[in-house]
Design a protein around this ligand. Structure first.
Ligand SMILES: [Fe+2]
Length: 287
């Protein structure tokens, strides 16, 4: 990966007009980048959305129509009713790569996680109308993504950060991501019932990038409308952490070379790293 030092970061913030988004990340813990700043077309985002629905159909055998709730019943925990997560998308299609190596996303992720951050998750999230049997206002309980690391946390050095690419319009009624502005500064998880009264929805048009700190308290509002909310998401982590999904050696060279930033993509996938070697433990068992 080519070096991307502090001077590059400063000039990229200016080049892509990201100064306010950097301030948002520091002060609010989350920023919403509008489609016009991202260098990707609405046509691309529609293809990306359709690709998530296609992969979901291939894996489940259920057809997904953007304007309708699926008729099939999916099993899961009670708080998982009304959504489906489709994992390891970057293995599936070149279409899933441009959002991962997008230069605006790279600048913002570098601000939160420093150089050499890793892709930890490459998922699609399909959410539909929340059934009446679910009474809560939130359908995803409030949490912080870096809860695998015990608090207290230093908000200036988050361990994890997340990107959500909105592939349908986000409104509260349509079951948007909910978050508590400034909650990353607490450096801890919310107490039960603490976050919802303080939360606000992410309201953003299709084709936006929502990027936030692993310290931020967030969940999602119930979806009161029929049809699908579709999101491409990707948690990232610092290089001392193991990604939740292991991409090393599993993404084709063809995909990497077709990227607009192959060096950054290789770094995200840990392609330059030594393979972890686990020596067999000598047996002490007497046979
Ligand atoms: Fe989360």
């Amino acid at each position: 990966m080519q070096n991307h030092d502090l001077t590059d970061q400063a000039s990229d913030i200016e080049k892509y007009d990201l100064a306010q988004h950097i301030r948002d990340l520091d002060e609010i813990g989350l920023t919403i980048v509008p489609p016009a700043k991202l260098g990707l077309t609405i046509d691309y985002f529609e293809q990306l959305r359709d690709a998530i629905l296609r992969v979901a159909s291939e894996r489940t055998g259920v057809m997904f129509d953007l304007d309708k709730n699926p008729t099939a019943v999916f099993n899961g925990r009670p708080d998982e009713i009304g959504h489906l997560i489709v994992s390891h998308l970057i293995h599936e299609d070149q279409l899933f790569e441009p959002v991962v190596s997008n230069p605006v996303k790279r600048v913002l992720m570098t601000h939160l996680l420093g150089e050499n951050h890793r892709l930890a998750v490459s998922d699609g999230w399909i959410k539909w109308q929340t059934p009446d049997s679910w009474e809560g206002e939130a359908t995803t309980g409030f949490h912080a993504d870096q809860s695998v690391v015990p608090p207290p946390w230093n908000w200036k050095l988050p361990h994890i950060a997340n990107m959500n690419w909105t592939l349908t319009d986000y409104t509260k009624e349509d079951g948007a991501l909910a978050y508590v502005p400034g909650s990353h500064l607490e450096g801890r998880l919310p107490e039960l019932g603490e976050a919802l009264p303080l939360s606000v929805p992410v309201e953003a048009p299709m084709g936006s990038l929502v990027l936030f700190s692993g310290c931020l308290w967030h969940g999602a509002f119930r979806k009161n409308t029929p049809g699908l909310r579709v999101t491409l998401l990707g948690q990232h982590c610092r290089p001392y952490m193991s990604p939740f999904q292991d991409f090393k050696g599993r993404v084709s060279e063809e995909t990497i070379l077709a990227s607009q930033d192959p060096g950054y993509l290789r770094s995200l996938l840990r392609e330059g790293e030594e393979q972890l070697r686990i020596d067999p433990v000598p047996s002490t068992r007497v046979v």
